[in-house]
Every structure is written in structure tokens, then in C-alpha cells.
Design a binder for this molecule. Sequence first.
Ligand SMILES: [Zn+2]
Length: 265
Amino acid sequence: MDFTFKKYKELIQALKDNGYTFQTFEDFIKKPNDKVVVLRHDVDRRSKHSLDQGRDEVEVGAVGSYFFRIVPESNQPDVMNKIVDMGHELAYHYEDLGMARGNYEKAYELYKKNLTYFRKFYPVSTICMHGSPANSIDNRDIWKKYNYRDHDIIGEPYFDVDYDEVFYITDAGRMWNNRKVSVRDKVTTKFNFPLKTTDDIIKWIKSGELPNKLIINTHPHNWSNFGLLWVWILVWQSIKNLVKKVLILIKGQKSITVSDYKKTN
Ligand SMILES: [Zn+2]
């Protein structure tokens, strides 16, 4: 069974066994190790599931970076405190422009307020946009007007990583690197390692052909122990993916390139 916590632990164990070190996103931005993986987590909902992945990481001797949203299904103080206690990085998964319906001034005020809130739990130094597939607003657009570096933020994964050097793997839509079901969670890259299952990733890791620098992004709410919830997530994600495919077809959402933002920042 794929996308179980057991499978997740096998994945990070394989990374460790094959010489990858683990860094939080903030440490990676400051000074990346030679052979390294960043375990990035977008905690969109079912916040508690991040504790299972966090525990798996501790047991393997790894660290992860957990990006929390301000909404109650993600923002759970007891969960966030435990994530920090386990030694992981806590970061802000922002969606302020979408929440402010495109009003930049309002969005920026919200952003600063929310960042201050999350800094009660951890000295947050990195942020990452929430994709909001159903919203026509791209949350990254706020940085066309403002500069996130103004508030001691050192990194945003969509702007501060060279994906021709770092191989990016994401489970968006509960599938690995499936661009057809991902509205915004994609990057421009030269790498092409076909992968469908977590076992495929493990095979690539063992082959030694993967680049020395990886970022693996998981959405903890897509992972569970095998059981009723696992089946429910599978069914629900299949419906969502179908809708997203149609959305992408209709809107023809152009993927925004990093250079669009570098021009303004
Ligand atoms: Zn998200």
C-alpha cells in the first residue's frame, strides 16, 4: 500500500541508507550539505497527520520542515508545539492574497499579522505559498508588490531554489510529480526521473542516479495508516484530481516562472 506512514518511513530510511543527509529548509538555504534532502511538508489540513510523519523522521534520525496555514484545519497549537519539540522547522504556508481577494494592502497586513502569530511557536524564517487550486489568485503575486525579505525571511521554495540543481519531488494530488493534477505546485527543471509510486522513488535512490540535492514535498493529510481513512483519501483525491485536470484544461493556467518574480524582487 502506498501513501501510508509505513511507506513514508521506508522512503526516508532509504534516503539515509544511501548517504543523504537531512536538513531543514532554513538550514539548506543558509548552507546546503553536499548530499542532502529537504523533507518539506505542506500542512493543508488534518494537521495531526504531520505528527505521524514527524515521528517517523525522528525515529530515522531525520528532520523536516512543516509549513502551516493560518486556517483552523492546519493551525493547531498543540500540533505545532509538538512539531517544534521534535526538533523540526515550523514555517508559514501563506495564502494572504487569496484570503484578501486580491487586495494587496489588506493581504500584506494579514501576512505580517500571521507571521507574527507563527513566530510565537518558532522563529519562522521561511515561507511557502499555499496553492489554492480552486482560487484564481496566485498567492505568490503578493511579492510582485512587496518583498518577503523585509521581515527576516530567508527563503521561499518557489523562488530561492535552483531546480536544475535540486530535484523536486511532490506528492500533490497524492501522486508523485503528476503535473496534470497540480495547478501551481510545479517547478521548471531539467530533471526527468519517471516515478509513480513511493517504491519507484526508493528504486531511484538505490540506483544512485538521483542528484545529490533533493526536496521532497509531502502533504501529511494525504498519508495515513492503512484502513478506512486511507480508502477515503484515495477516493476523495481521485475526484479532486479529475476536477483539477478539468480546471487546468479550461483555464489553461500558465505556470509562472521564477524569473517573473526575480524581475520584481
Ligand atoms: Zn498547501
